[in-house]
Design a binder for this molecule. Structure first.
Ligand SMILES: Cc1cc2nc3c(=O)[nH]c(=O)nc-3n(C[C@H](O)[C@H](O)[C@H](O)COP(=O)(O)OP(=O)(O)OC[C@H]3O[C@@H](n4cnc5c(N)ncnc54)[C@H](O)[C@@H]3O)c2cc1C
Length: 319
């Protein structure tokens, strides 16, 4: 997002030994700490951080028979997707093009075009900063749901994710595809269900809608989609608010509150995807806070839904 201050310490983790050393370092100095991957979904406050950022740089992908893969947390997520689809496996093709690391993927249970990373995760290898021990968390222990896991809720800041174990399926992509993806395939005369071709299609759609991190500063979708309870779905239809089951099209809410393309304190509501905020000229976290407040207020006043921020803020919620 190109905002925020400076961190007192940054510790790079390249091996399992490094994480033990980092743990001892922050404990001895009694420092607050923050786990970071590529920082695609994280920013800092203007005051900076008086503790240690613990940066995941562990690399390596190990193929285990029967479609199982152990992938180190510092690997680039999109490189892993390419690696998988090249080998003819399906299960993560709709998550192509998502910036960031493999180690961060379980944290908010990354998702796109109807797929979520939880669908292919078997277990997560972690180092526990509460007990100082290595541990394997089975999928059921991670409590995954939409943009949620134990890693960004009850146990935020406790487990450093070293690697993730995946189970992929060999062969074509099965089942119904997400509407907008299927529409793109139809419009482009693509009938193949080869995971590599689907991943390419997803990348093309994303390129046409989402800012490229290296060209425009953003954290992807800034606001989470709003979910309503089952008994409120009919009401959405009556009010003409588009939704996918209980998931409200929150980009539509922002757009229809008249905010798309508008500038707030240097942050622009993307004119291609209204959930995305692009930093055009802002230099401070406090500008972002003001922008978020105004956007949220406008949506709340018009539609009665409160928006929730997706990205993480260093030092605010994790000590
Ligand atoms: C242009 C753009 C498009 C995006 N599109 C999508 C999308 O379609 N779907 C989607 O779900 N997300 C999307 N995102 C958000 C982002 O890509 C994901 O959240 C991604 O997982 C962030 O990876 P990262 O390595 O940069 O994580 P970071 O920003 O470094 O960290 C994110 C969170 O994970 C924690 N964390 C990171 N590494 C570890 C670790 N090793 N152990 C424990 N905790 C850790 C951090 O403390 C933080 O809370 C998008 C972002 C951008 C900029």
């Amino acid at each position: 997002m190109q905002i925020g201050g400076i961190s007192k310490y940054v510790i790079e983790i390249h091996t399992k030994d490094d994480i033990v050393k980092a743990f001892n370092f922050v404990r001895e100095k009694n420092l607050p700490f923050y786990f970071l991957g590529a920082g695609a979904n994280t920013f800092g406050t203007d005051e900076g951080f008086s503790g240690a950022i613990i940066l995941n740089k562990i690399l390596g992908i190990t193929e285990i028979p029967d479609g199982e893969f152990n992938v180190s947390g510092g690997e680039k997520w999109d490189d892993f997707v390419s690696f998988i689809v090249e080998r003819g496996y399906s299960g993560v093709e709709c998550l192509a093009g998502i910036p960031g690391t493999v180690g961060a993927a379980p944290v908010q249970n990354i998702g796109a075009y109807g797929q979520e990373v939880k669908d292919t995760i078997l277990s997560v290898e972690v180092f526990d900063f509460k007990t100082g021990k290595f541990k394997t968390l089975e999928k059921a222990e991670c409590d995954f749901s939409y943009r949620h896991s134990i890693f960004n809720s009850n146990e935020r800041g406790r487990y450093f994710i070293l690697s993730v174990n995946f189970k992929l399926k060999k062969g074509e992509v099965e089942g119904e595809l997400y509407n907008s993806l299927q529409r793109y395939l139809d419009e482009n005369g693509i009938s193949s269900r080869d995971p590599k071709i689907i991943a390419e299609a997803v990348r093309k759609i994303r390129d046409s809608k989402l800012p490229k991190p290296e060209e425009e500063a953003s954290s992807g979708s800034f606001f989470k989609n709003v979910y309503v309870s089952e008994d409120k779905v009919a009401e959405l239809d009556e009010r003409g608010i588009p939704h996918h089951g209980t998931k409200v099209n929150t980009g539509w809410l922002i757009e229809n509150a008249g905010l798309k393309g508008k500038d707030f304190y240097g942050f622009k509501v993307s004119d291609k995807a209204a959930l995305v905020l692009i930093n055009e000229s802002a230099t401070s976290y406090s500008d972002l806070e003001k922008a978020v407040e105004e956007i949220s207020k406008a949506v709340e006043e018009k539609f009665g839904f409160s928006l929730e921020q997706e990205p993480n803020v260093i030092g605010l919620e994790q000590k």
